[in-house]
Design a protein around this ligand. Sequence first.
Ligand code: G4F
Length: 328
Amino acid sequence: MKRRAFITGITGQTGSYLAELLLAKDYEVFGLIRRTSGHGTSRIDAFKDRLYLIPGDLTDQGSISRALKICHPDEIYNMASQSHVAVSFEAPLHTADVTGLGALRLFEMVRQVCPKARIYQASSSEQFGNARVSPQTEETPFNPVSPYGVAKTFAHFCAKVYRQAYHSFIACGIAFNHESPRRGEEFVTRKITIAVAEIKHKLRQELELGNLDSFRDWSHAVDVAHGAWLTLQHETPEDFIFASGVSHSVREFCQAAFEKAGLNYDSYVKINDALMRPTEVSRLLGNSAKAKRLLGWIPTVSFDALIQEMVEHDLASVEHSLSSSVAG
Ligand code: G4F
């Protein structure tokens, strides 16, 4: 019998890569899908006819329970959240509801409906906040500085409590920033690569950004999706860090992305103070030694190759829309 996976956040960046990976491994893949799912289904359109999509929402306990009863999953991947850190300052209660309580609702419904199912909880390096230890490991204390970081930390600790109290199989992957051409346009890397493509084609003259001097540990979302699957194949539910092990500033990302298109970022980037956050995580760097040792996980895409792929994708998509508008 085919294994069954249930993914929340299946229309998102990492959820969509995970769905493809699981289809390739011959799983039956179910996804919880909001009627108003932010980016529509564009990321899964190419293989949507092979998925079972069930309407529902992490804020609606009944819909979670209904979905679990329909699909009887062996593995559950909780990839859904209000994941934008800056938005979490504007909508802290909504963020807590979806990202924090939403995870708890899922854990509790799984306990009641299908207690043997294994759960992957997408935890975040944002939980470390301004960590006093570098690089961060699974043992580094959390010190979140955003409503999003607090909500993810709540979910992470709920996972631990359910493991201890009910022997639920809930494993947490603490993923550092992960990007790709499927990254939402509101996150800094994609905002930059889209701007590079539009500036290159003279569709705009500048790019407004906030803090260029924060450091992030960036890897490819495909690698993080693979890490999520490996996490649930491990015999015991544990926490694992997924990170590249290299940290770069937003400025370095910008510089490299503009250079890929033969441009100098300094001539186009303007700082807009309104894009600065009330509190900022200034430096993140992850140590994935445990995931490498126990899961055999290795990040496969370098910082440079990631930027190259994103810039090439966005240049091609601008060129495509320019040529279709000329043809039309
Ligand atoms: O791309 P970002 O919005 O990602 P951030 O805040 O690090 O969060 C992402 O990674 C987390 C993992 O640690 C995830 F949990 C979370 O869901 C999300 O995927 O911002 C990266 C950095 C920040 O320091 C931000 O202040 O870029 C800086 N930045 C500068 N200008 C900007 C901008 N960020 C955005 N989104 N937009 C700007 O214009």
